[in-house]
Ligand binder design. Structure first.
Ligand code: SF4
Length: 468
């Protein structure tokens, strides 16, 4: 099927990473402001089936180790191809392009990040035309409802700019469609296992009020995808009985998560970042991260280049959040979920959010309750946790009322506040011949003592101070 492609194409290459030193060229990614991919359903007479166009420099004309903007526009038609399917077909760009040896595709929509390896380039992968040919072939063979398809790659920034603005409007229109619907209005949710090649135990549960983590698939998209291919990677989940309305726990979701994660995930709280949070693959648009010192959440989106208020950048926290795990207090989220009335509903919603980048706060202004908007700090207000604490107190943030309650239970014997030592993650230890694992542990202490280890002392032996 892919004899003319100079590198291998197949499932074995899905999930491959291309590191910076091995990279021939980078398209999109954090160094490029305007990049996107989109699928549009178009009238059949406007599509030349099988056409691949490249506007701007092609791979062979790009400098080694350099980065460039990129747009990928896939136009499709077919008697059964509805505009409802655009979001789902668009997500296949990620899947199909990752089958190509040495071609790394991450994220979605306006966040795409592509790298080509030097090795694949040397094998002859010197044109985006090859990527187009692979995608054309896979779209047609895996989704026979597509009758005609053409693909355009653009790397010229001036051509990308007006189309980028138009693409943002299209994404917004898609997202807005699901906003009128509540989780109580529907009997089925949808699951997506497309990212299991990167995170084998991850399963997205897509509901009207909890958009997919990648921000690319709405409940409507899920319904359309499951309708055309019920055995495909996007499938219907019968909600079953609601166990907890506030946390968003349903028997059908638990059962489905158990099956699809091969028993790793048995319970899911759709609207909480604690105990049994929704798993996170690596495609999330943002992270809600717990800040134990103030008992609130910070939010950071993928594009934020500075460090957050806890001193960590997005990339470091993404490593702790991703992988298909349920990590207490580190929660992969989409921007559209942040617009939902159910956003972190069980944890206090926006009344628990204490920090986010200024740009994000502005972007979500319409969806953040007015009563708390000004009390959420940004990088322009505070840089450290002590500064954050002062800011929250002076702005009378609702989270401060939790501190009083915690004061009563969270005091050491001498009356001083207990100190958070560890929050989130698992702590394994061995005792009495048993291996004990504290899942999602949170540890506080009356006092923390930090002492340097002196050479020769029992704790210093590991540092090689003692010679045999
Ligand atoms: S993040 Fe979720 S919804 Fe999006 S492609 Fe991955 S599994 Fe599917």
């Amino acid at each position: 099927m892919f004899e003319k492609i100079p590198v291998e194409v197949g499932l074995t290459h899905e999930g491959e990473r291309v590191r910076k030193n091995d990279m021939q060229v980078e398209l999109g990614g954090p160094n490029e402001k305007e990049k996107f991919e989109i699928v549009r359903v178009s009238p059949a007479d406007q599509i030349e089936d099988g056409r691949i166009s490249i506007i701007g420099p092609d791979l062979g004309e790009m400098g080694e180790g350099k980065h460039y903007p990129v747009a990928i526009i896939v136009e499709v038609s077919g008697a059964k191809v509805e505009p409802d399917l655009e979001g789902v077909l668009e997500r296949r760009i990620h899947e199909y392009s990752n089958y190509i040896e040495g071609f790394m595709h991450l994220n979605q929509r306006y966040d795409i990040w592509i790298r080509l390896s030097k090795k694949s380039y040397k094998k002859g992968f010197t044109s985006l035309r090859f990527a187009g040919e692979v995608m054309l072939e896979l779209y047609k063979s895996e989704l026979p409802i597509i009758e005609k398809i053409q693909i355009t790659f653009i790397t010229d920034p001036e051509t990308i700019s007006p189309l980028y603005a138009k693409a943002l409007t299209t994404y917004e229109a898609r997202d807005a469609r699901a906003r009128g619907l509540s989780d109580d209005d529907v009997d089925s949710f949808y699951g997506c296992a497309l990212c299991q090649s990167f995170a084998p135990t991850h399963v997205c549960v897509i509901t009207p009020q909890r958009y997919a983590n990648c921000g690319a698939i709405s409940w409507f998209d899920g319904r359309a995808a499951a309708g055309i291919d019920p055995k495909g990677p996007i499938y219907a989940i019968d909600k079953g009985t609601c166990i907890d309305k506030v946390k968003g726990e349903y028997t059908g979701v638990n059962e489905s998560a158990k099956q699809r994660s091969m028993g790793e995930v048995n319970r899911v709280y759709l609207y909480s970042a604690f105990e049994y949070p929704h798993t996170s693959c690596g495609c999330f648009e943002g992270i809600a991260f717990y800040i134990p010192e103030v008992d609130g959440f910070g939010i950071v989106l993928r594009g934020f280049r500075d460090v957050t208020v806890n001193g960590l950048p997005f990339s470091t926290m993404a490593d702790s959040t991703a992988g298909g795990r349920q990590v207490d207090g580190f929660h992969g989220i989409s921007i559209e979920y942040m617009r939902s009335m159910k956003f972190l509903g069980a944890d206090g919603g926006y009344n628990r959010v204490v920090w986010m980048p200024h740009e994000t706060r502005e972007r979500l202004k319409q969806f953040i309750p007015e009563s708390v908007f000004g009390a959420i700090a940004t990088e322009q207000d505070v840089r450290t946790i002590p500064e954050l604490k002062t800011f929250l107190e002076s702005h009378n943030h609702p989270v401060t009322s939790r501190w009083d309650a915690e004061e009563e239970t969270g005091r050491a014997e001498d009356g001083s506040p207990r100190i958070p030592v560890f929050s989130g993650g698992d702590i394994p230890f061995t005792s009495g011949g048993f291996r004990i694992i504290l899942k999602n542990a949170r540890i506080t202490a009356d006092k923390v003592i930090i002492q340097p280890i002196k050479p020769g002392s029992p704790g210093g032996e590991h540092h090689g101070a003692k010679k045999p």
